[in-house]
Write a protein that binds this ligand. Structure first.
Ligand SMILES: C[S@@+](CC[C@H](N)C(=O)[O-])C[C@H]1O[C@@H](n2cnc3c(N)ncnc32)[C@H](O)[C@@H]1O
Length: 258
């Protein structure tokens, strides 16, 4: 599938860290395992709702690890990321034999549901209003977003009537949540996880209905024993470094009124 015309407004400005990390992103076991766990939790949620979404928007798709897992179960995934480097890696992965054919990669800092980087609702009217989605996913992204209320409004505007969001991220489970990131990986981190109560209130304020933000799974992560232990690499340099911490993850669920 051909890529959408990229709207690179803000892309190069805000995402130096993710552009830099894009080439090695898929080599991190925790990154891959966290996406697998998120997709499993979302699949279980879909099953409990007895609902199959057709058109999915993934915001902050990175190199598309979760998009690849979701794509076989839906009609199409529009996979957007503000970091052009991440989208370039996703495009390369999509060229390979066996890659799904129903992922559309788009490099955009998505702040407007009518952004013309998104596909048109009607292909006969390329300049017309933009496509609306049945499901929006976003994994390990919310803790990077300065204006959570703004991105939630954007998501609501991207949903079709009756559409749903299932947003996964680590939980703000108290002061220890700060240790999720190594000291050298704090650039672009806006908050240390998602506070379930505050997030529920914000989602309702923005206009989502049937909101439910709750921890769904935990997974172990190697974290620093003290700030800066992993050095500039941000990962253990030998077996003596770091310790395992169980990290709780939430799904932020909400619906757009039908
Ligand atoms: C920690 S990475 C997670 C990538 C991927 N979801 C994964 O788990 O492998 C966060 C990503 O969100 C992207 N991002 C943050 N805000 C965004 C926005 N408003 N629109 C598009 N991408 C965004 C960043 O560029 C970055 O690649």
């Amino acid at each position: 599938m051909a890529s959408a015309v990229s709207n690179l407004r803000g892309v190069n400005a805000g995402n130096a860290r993710f552009n830099q990390e894009a080439l090695s992103w898929d080599s991190r076991p925790f990154v891959r395992e966290a996406s697998q766990a998120a997709e499993k939790a979302i699949a279980e949620k879909l099953e409990s709702l007895n609902w199959r979404p057709g058109h999915v928007l993934e915001i902050g798709c990175g190199t598309g690890i979760m998009s690849f897992l979701v794509a076989p179960h839906v009609d199409r995934v529009v996979a957007v990321d503000a970091a052009e480097g991440m989208i370039d890696v996703l495009k390369q992965k999509l060229q390979k034999d066996g890659a799904p054919k129903n992922i559309l990669p788009v490099a955009v800092l998505l702040e407007d549901p009518e952004d013309h980087a998104l596909p048109p609702a009607d292909t006969a009217k390329p300049d017309g209003s933009r496509q609306k989605f049945d499901l929006i996913t976003s994994h390990l992204v919310l803790h990077h977003i300065p204006d959570l209320e703004g991105v939630l409004k954007t998501m609501l505007g991207c949903l079709a009537p009756g559409g749903r969001v299932m947003l996964t991220d680590f939980e703000d489970y108290g002061p220890e949540a700060k240790r999720f990131h190594a000291e050298s990986k704090l650039e672009g981190v806006e908050r240390h996880g998602i506070n379930a109560k505050q997030m529920s209130e914000l989602m309702r304020k923005v206009g989502f209905v049937n909101v439910n933000v709750a921890p769904e799974w935990t997974m172990p992560k190697m974290v620093e024993k003290f700030a800066g232990e992993f050095g500039p690499e941000g990962k253990p340099q030998d077996d003596s470094q770091g310790e395992k911490m169980d990290i709780p993850f939430v799904i932020c669920y909400g619906e757009r009124s039908a």
